[in-house]
Ligand binder design. Structure first.
Ligand SMILES: [Zn+2]
Length: 110
């Protein structure tokens, strides 16, 4: 497991646990969002980049699900894949941007 990977995430007010891909799905999928159990399954044998990309990808599916929108269709998969990989690249290439986001959101909470 990637060190420090969150064990739980709140997505639009709903708690999701973050856990490894089920044994029978290992080698088949890198990630999976299970709306019934509210679990985000993430393969534990990927690079750091792929782990972040996959977790953001599954969070995006969870966002769509909690908004009551399309879940799991081809169109959703296409843009979730594109946007998750895209934003992961932007975060990697602009570490100051991520720090600014965290710091700015924290200021709003105080
Ligand atoms: Zn997907």
């Amino acid at each position: 497991m990637t060190k420090g990977r969150p064990e739980r995430l709140t997505v639009l007010g709903r708690r999701f646990s973050v856990t490894d891909v089920p044994e029978d799905m290992r080698g088949v999928v890198y990630g999976l969002m299970d709306p019934d159990t509210r679990r985000l399954h993430i393969a534990d044998d990927m690079t750091g980049f792929d782990t972040v990309d996959t977790l953001i990808h599954e969070v995006m599916h969870a966002i769509r699900y909690t908004q009551g929108r399309e879940n799991g269709g081809e169109v959703e998969e296409d843009y979730v894949r594109s946007l998750a990989t895209g934003i992961t690249n932007v975060f990697r290439d602009n570490p100051g941007f991520l720090r600014w986001i965290a710091s700015t959101l924290k200021k709003d909470q105080t």
